[in-house]
Design a protein around this ligand. Structure first.
Ligand code: NAD
Length: 425
């Protein structure tokens, strides 16, 4: 499918909101979407910007800027992570919020989409500073979030501890414990077993389904991963256990490569000790940017947005691109990859295991009954497998690629409930 976008400046190509908008418009046009619904779904429902003070360890007061964007409430409460990073922007949060709407609809769980972020550098802040920042940001959001309204979760720069502080702060304001206000919590305070590994697990199910669909075999299937954080390391571990050959892992500060396959458990032990994958003796060192262009069967970008662009897409040499990160591929890169015949499992399908397990966590908290891990994993595998098959069937019946099929399927579902609910006066 050619061309979603004409040639454009790099700044425009890498603006995630414009990328989301272009894909949305293309899929909406293909769907013949009703003009009024098109206008509703093209914009986020609500955008909140907060500037709030935090007492820093050295006695200074610092003022931080935070966002929460709620894209759609049509299919249920909004759902989406909170990102702490220095380059968080409103356009990025908007794009991530709308991707959450489409993602929840692709896997058919009863949520709309939201995303939040705070402009800060969590790696240079102390634990106390992060706790105070999280509590004040949560207090600023109190009226906007809640189990029936909008349910945050971790994303880049935030973790289970951040969610514990958010849950506690919200609960203090409500004068009662409300575990279901956030997901991705520690297991002993209402977190779900299996949530931490869920995005990586979902990616491994996608790889299983894709190689089966393409007539490939796990035996000798070479995988390269970019990013060895929550998503990348869990995907690597599960794929390694399933018998895939992980030949390369790229991180920000370096990369490792072994044509015969890396022992992922040994790499995890090395990283736990050294604090980095660099210096792992059972592999050769590699340049992280170059590693993702090495020949492999499956490439999993699991780091950040805009890693595969018009500048490097022509050099990508994989059979399957399984998107662990949100928005790792730009629209111009999409066209180049399509010409190369690369089979793409788009982000809104591939990394949906995380939000699916978050849905399970929300359900368990509201039931007050926690499931065993095997049940979480079993249900997750079923939803991810069904969703892969839905997208493939949609792509075939509408003669579009997997990315546009995912968008079309999702927009169709959200448009249906939007029309069914009608417009409040
Ligand atoms: N955590 C989840 O459950 C979840 C769910 C769905 C999607 N995602 C998306 O997956 C991506 C990763 O999320 P995460 O939770 O694993 O974050 P994380 O912060 O735990 O890990 C990201 C890792 O990528 C590395 N990295 C960043 N830029 C890189 C680059 N250019 N080259 C190589 N490595 C690089 C970082 O050093 C870090 O180790 C994000 O796009 C996030 O939005 C996460």
């Amino acid at each position: 499918m050619a061309t979603l976008a004409p040639t454009m400046p790099f700044e425009q190509e890498t603006n995630p909101w414009l990328a989301q908008e272009a894909r949305f418009d293309y899929a909406a046009k293909k769907l013949n979407l009703d003009e009024g619904v098109w206008k509703i779904l093209r914009q986020p429902n609500r955008e909140l910007i907060v500037h709030f003070p935090v007492n820093m360890d050295d006695g200074r007061i610092e003022v931080f800027t935070g966002y929460r964007v709620q894209h759609s409430l049509s299919r249920g409460p909004c759902k989406g992570g909170i990102r702490y990073a220095p380059d968080v922007s409103l356009d990025e949060v908007r794009a991530l919020a709308s991707w959450m709407t489409w993602k929840c609809a692709v896997v058919n769980i009863p949520f709309g989409g939201a995303k939040g972020g705070v402009i800060c550098n969590p790696h240079t802040m102390s634990r106390g500073e992060l706790e105070r920042l999280t509590r004040r940001y949560t207090a600023e959001l109190t009226e906007f979030i809640g189990p029936e309204k909008d349910v945050p979760a971790p994303d880049m720069g935030t973790d289970e501890q951040t969610m514990a502080w958010m849950m506690d702060t919200y609960s203090m304001h409500m004068r009662r414990t409300v575990t279901s206000v956030v997901t991705g919590k520690p297991v002993n305070i209402g977190g779900s077993r299996g949530r931490r590994e869920a995005t990586g697990r979902g990616l491994s199910v996608m790889c299983d389904q894709a190689i089966q669909y393409l007539g490939m075999s796990v035996q000798g299937c070479r995988v390269i991963l970019q990013g060895f954080g929550n998503v990348g390391s869990n995907a690597a571990k599960l794929l390694f256990e399933k018998g895939y050959t992980i030949t390369g892992v790229a991180e920000l500060d370096g990369a490792v490569y072994n044509a015969k396959g890396l022992d992922i458990n040994a790499l995890l032990r090395h990283r736990a000790q050294a604090g980095t994958i660099v210096g792992f003796t059972e592999a050769d060192a590699a340049d992280p940017a170059e590693l993702v262009t090495r020949e492999c069967d499956i490439l999993i970008p699991a780091a950040a947005e805009n890693e595969i662009t018009s500048r490097n897409a022509a050099n990508i040499r994989c059979r399957i691109l399984c998107e662990g990160a949100n928005g790792p591929t730009t629209i111009l890169a999409d066209d180049i990859l399509a010409e190369k015949g690369i089979f793409i499992i788009p982000d809104i399908l591939a990394n949906a295991g995380g939000v699916t397990a978050s849905y399970f966590e929300w359900v368990q908290d509201r039931m007050g009954y926690l499931w065993p891990e095997a049940e979480v994993n079993h249900r997750l595998d079923l939803i991810m497998t069904d969703s892969f098959n839905d997208v493939i069937a949609y792509a075939q019946s509408h003669s579009v690629n997997n990315r546009i099929a995912s968008y079309m399927l999702a927009i169709d579902r959200v448009a249906y409930t939007t029309k069914q609910r009608g417009i409040y006066a």
